[in-house]
Write a protein that binds this ligand. Structure first.
Ligand SMILES: [Zn+2]
Length: 91
């Protein structure tokens, strides 16, 4: 998983796993519009692994920042079924 091509495919696979939806707001985007967000921010030692990466639109990625994802998500969107999607992905 070191070549740029392997990396690109890996990032794409994570987005496709979530049907190209931002896990936080639930909107569907084009592949190139989605970023990958560290569920546990790198700032807090979150790793760049599949389990810690979820597709996120730029807006959610920026707004979430270094907040706790669940706290931020509930404050922003209330309780949504997407919490479970994320939980089952990161555990
Ligand atoms: Zn979003």
């Amino acid at each position: 998983m070191t070549s740029p091509e392997a990396k690109r495919l890996w990032r794409r696979a994570i987005k496709e796993h979530f049907n190209c939806q931002c896990v936080y707001c639930g909107e569907t985007y084009e592949l190139h519009e989605l970023t990958l967000d560290h569920v546990i921010p790198r700032f807090y030692g979150g790793e760049t692994t599949t389990r810690n990466l979820v597709p996120s639109c730029r807006k959610c990625n920026q707004n979430k920042g270094t907040n706790n994802w669940l706290t931020w998500m509930r404050q922003t969107f209330g309780h949504t079924p997407r919490e479970k999607l994320i939980l089952s992905h990161i555990k």
